[in-house]
Design a protein around this ligand. Sequence first.
Ligand code: DGJ
Length: 709
Amino acid sequence: MTRLVHLRADGVSLVLDGEPDLLPAVLHWGADLGSTTDDDLRALRSVLVPPVVPNTMDEPVRLCVLAQHADGWAGLPGLRGHRGGRDWSPRFTATSWEPVVASEGGGTLTVRAVDPVARLDLGLTIRLEPSGLVRLQAVLRNDDPAEPYQLDGLVLTVPVPVTSAELLDLTGRWSHERVPQRQPFTVGARVRDSRRGRTGHDASLLLAAGAPGFGFRSGEAWAVHTAWSGNHRTYAERLPSGHAVLGGGELLLPGEVSLAPGKSYTTPWLVAAYGDGLDEASARIHTWLRSRPGHPRSPRPVVLNTWEAVYFDHDLATLTRLADVAADVGVERFVLDDGWFRGRRHDRAGLGDWYVDEAVWPDGLEPLVSHVRGLGMEFGLWVEPEMVNLDSDLARGHPDWVLATGGRLPPESRHQQVLDLAVPEAFEYVLGRLDALLGEYDIAFLKWDHNRDLVDAGHGPDGRPGVHDQTVAVYRLLDELRRRHPGVEVESCSSGGGRADLEILSRTDRVWASDCNDALERQRIQRWTGMLLPPELVGAHIGPPVSHTTGRTHRLAFRAGTALAGHLGIEWDISRAESGERAELAAWVSLYRRLRPLLHSGTVVHADHAHPWVHGVIAGDRTHAVYWVVALESTVVAPPGRVRLPGLDPGRRYRVRPLSPGDHPPAFGTPPWMAGGEVVLPGIVLGRVGVEVPALWPESLLLLEVVAQ
Ligand code: DGJ
């Protein structure tokens, strides 16, 4: 039986080679190669064997998806581990090779392999999804009958061509997430580690390698994402041998995973997206996400979140008034943020005491919940289940439930510590409280927060590292809660966008992209969050006129037009807004409600303009699209010139017209075609030539609606 398999899906080919009895190596991952015979694959394999040059291994080094030091691989090894200094350099032989080609495109290769000397068993799953997305996972089992295997790390890799000479990844901080950074892909490793016990505001999110200058619309790009919410590593490595790889896996702390005889460890999924341009790579992830049975499909409700409206200042009359105004402008989900539980008058106390505060809510939350429900809105509640303030009954009663090591407490962050969810009683307590709240009140949505890094996070009493267990326990907690309350949606929030990864998203329904509601910052944050996540999974709120996190002032059209690009909400004390403002807000809300079927199912595109930014969403059948033209700053060139509207059907004619619930956006000049209100042009003209747009004021945007004729 040949151990060469060619999987194809939606313009992507993945050719895997396992001959003879070896771990799979990727011969090709990239553009579709068309149909191939076994002879073609064997010929392909033969032409990809490199020559041997002096002072290297006598046989060319074969790079497997689990890179093996024992094969002569001089880069970061796939598996690091040992038994008291032995069995540290395994070499696996495949015992089974099971490719399954799916009728809808793509398929799965499952491989089992053993190293009888190191007494290890390895299972590999490599999938090509129908969207052309590649996903890889490994399971390692300790087959020694008596001795544990100390696992230090297990990362998987995919090769990228030598022509991928540039790297792009993201970084950031609280309230300033998703800052792109580019650099040459030179020899050496670019290792993006997160040791925060959460995905991180600075997470690479996607690490892409590509042809120099690759953009959204062109330039081949290969990108990986490590789907894990705890410590993790995502990396790119180039060796003098000509190999270039992208990889990722969990980052294990010393001694964190010791496999008892017969026990297994499962890696996070490594998600790999290829595209001619980043838009195509992202679309593969978006399409795959949307194909999941659990993907949110109901219209994404307009949210009002109380945080920036009232902060900790909870008061039934104020919140009832806010709910009235919210319902008036078209809000569909009212979310009560932090401050409702015992002792939580500020951020120094209360976390862990998940009982409604009798002092603030003498009749419980019911009066507010029924008021909100009576207005036709859903009710949502903020929780932060993994955390504890030392000033809480929970911490006073169970000081040993706090993650810590070294006989000391970790440094506080936001005055809080982390509850050790690997302690069964702590897990049961939190599960019980959340279950009780969801049982008692008509709650449709939990905003699940996580406001600090895990530092010095050890289990009592001896302080063994606890981040891996904590991450797994959080997944278990969410899974169990969702099993008990299947209708409840959950948002992954972590001081804004600190926990936005594909594993948390397999059990949550959206992420809170950032605590920053400043529309200017949000343009960047949403643009780059969107490389991984489609708009319906990205919470985007209209903040107050003066941003609480930057002090910038923006017009409602810029704030609302920016929030329109995600799962829209409002985070602003609109009970104090003037009636004109409320009317304009209501118009934006109704525009969102009209457009959301398109915005939350369509393909996201970006034009490769430096200024203004142009991005859009195009319906699957390419009959309808919305584009944003965004002036981030004041520029020397004005008017900005033609902007392209990419992604439309080249052969169709489209009517283009500006779209704005309020006045036309502020501009120094408007092109004549816009004075006429609309224009009809073929998709090829819109995509390849473009249209003139106004010389927009800085920090403003223009929306264009495009409808096929
Ligand atoms: C951090 C979140 O990101 C905010 O939206 C808000 O929920 C606060 N925590 C509440 O403490």
